[in-house]
Ligand binder design. Structure first.
Ligand code: HEM
Length: 273
């Protein structure tokens, strides 16, 4: 593209005009703070896109046994998550009364319908098919998420690598079958205890497991910060997506991609050798 007479410009490369055309306010007369509301969500969606891109590569790297590269990619994901946690606070500069001035125009749109958010959950290992019903009328999106549900997650890649490395573990069954999943967890935790006891022996795998915990920790932090902002701005009002709002969000706080890696901490014991 960049011949002498047709040089690529910054604005063309980054499609700046396209980006700046994408803020279409619903309020009439337009409300000053709606621009903030749109841009903050759009930047989240862009970061979500990058997280999906990085997770795809990280899952492939873990399957290939390329732990060094996988770790680098997952460290990047966590750095992005730091930004995602912090940037939600920009919304605290919006007065509750100013949000109410345009909130009704947004119904029934809600962050609940962010398919990239769900895709990230599924890719890390939170596979809860019931969340897909919200996309019943968005056929392409639903199909994409169903494909993701059927595809191996980061957790699946991790346990495949552990099995190849001599640990007696299998890939997790669906969490919909509570009993099967619980049996799986009871078998996997003792193996993970080896990893978390003999950390120097399994240094690479241990570090990788800690990158997975990082992802879960920052996802949980985001949920908590989002919940606080929601309470600060709309209290316990019902969500625009139709949920009871704060009460619903509280139930999501304990959602984890790797609950078994958290349980290891509880079960770990120090023994003098
Ligand atoms: C004024 C600011 C915000 C308010 C009042 C708010 C409110 C809510 C409420 C009440 C819900 C529950 C679902 C519903 O019934 O609508 C929800 C869900 C959600 N929101 Fe927000 N939100 C805000 C900002 C954001 C931002 C900036 C994002 C960034 C993408 C976001 C992403 C989400 C996501 C992903 C969910 C689904 C969470 C889950 O099901 O686990 N929200 N929000």
């Amino acid at each position: 593209m960049s011949s002498m007479d047709q040089k690529l410009s910054y604005n063309e490369y980054l499609k700046v005009s396209d980006l700046l055309r994408a803020q279409q306010l619903q309020s009439t007369p337009t409300h000053h703070d709606e621009m903030l509301f749109i841009i903050i969500h759009q930047t989240y969606e862009l970061w979500f896109r990058l997280i999906i891109h990085e997770l795809d590569a990280a899952i492939a790297a873990v399957f290939d046994g390329n732990i060094f590269y996988a770790e680098q990619l997952l460290a990047r994901v966590t750095e992005i998550q730091h930004t995602l946690v912090n940037q939600i606070h920009i919304l605290e500069t919006m007065q509750p009364i100013n949000f109410l001035a345009f909130r009704d125009k947004l119904r029934p749109a809600s962050g609940f319908q962010s398919w990239q958010f769900r895709e990230i959950e599924i890719m890390t290992g939170v596979k809860e098919p019931k969340v897909l019903t919200v996309f019943n009328e968005e056929v392409e999106i639903k199909k994409r998420l169903e494909e993701r549900l059927a595809a191996p997650s980061l957790g699946d890649a991790f346990y495949t690598l552990l099995a190849k490395s001599g640990f007696k573990v299998e890939v997790a069954p669906s969490r919909d079958d509570r009993e099967e999943w619980s049996k799986w967890k009871d078998k996997v935790v003792p193996e993970l205890l080896k990893l978390y006891t003999e950390t120097a022996k399994y240094a690479d795998l241990y570090r990788l497991a800690e990158r997975l915990i990082d992802i879960d920790e920052y996802a949980a932090l985001w949920r908590y910060h989002h919940l606080r902002i929601v309470e600060r701005i709309i209290g316990v009002k019902q969500g625009t997506g139709g949920s009871e709002g704060l009460g619903y969000l509280q139930t999501t706080l304990s959602r984890k991609a790797f609950p078994e890696l958290w349980e290891v901490r509880t079960r770990l014991e120090f023994r003098q050798s």
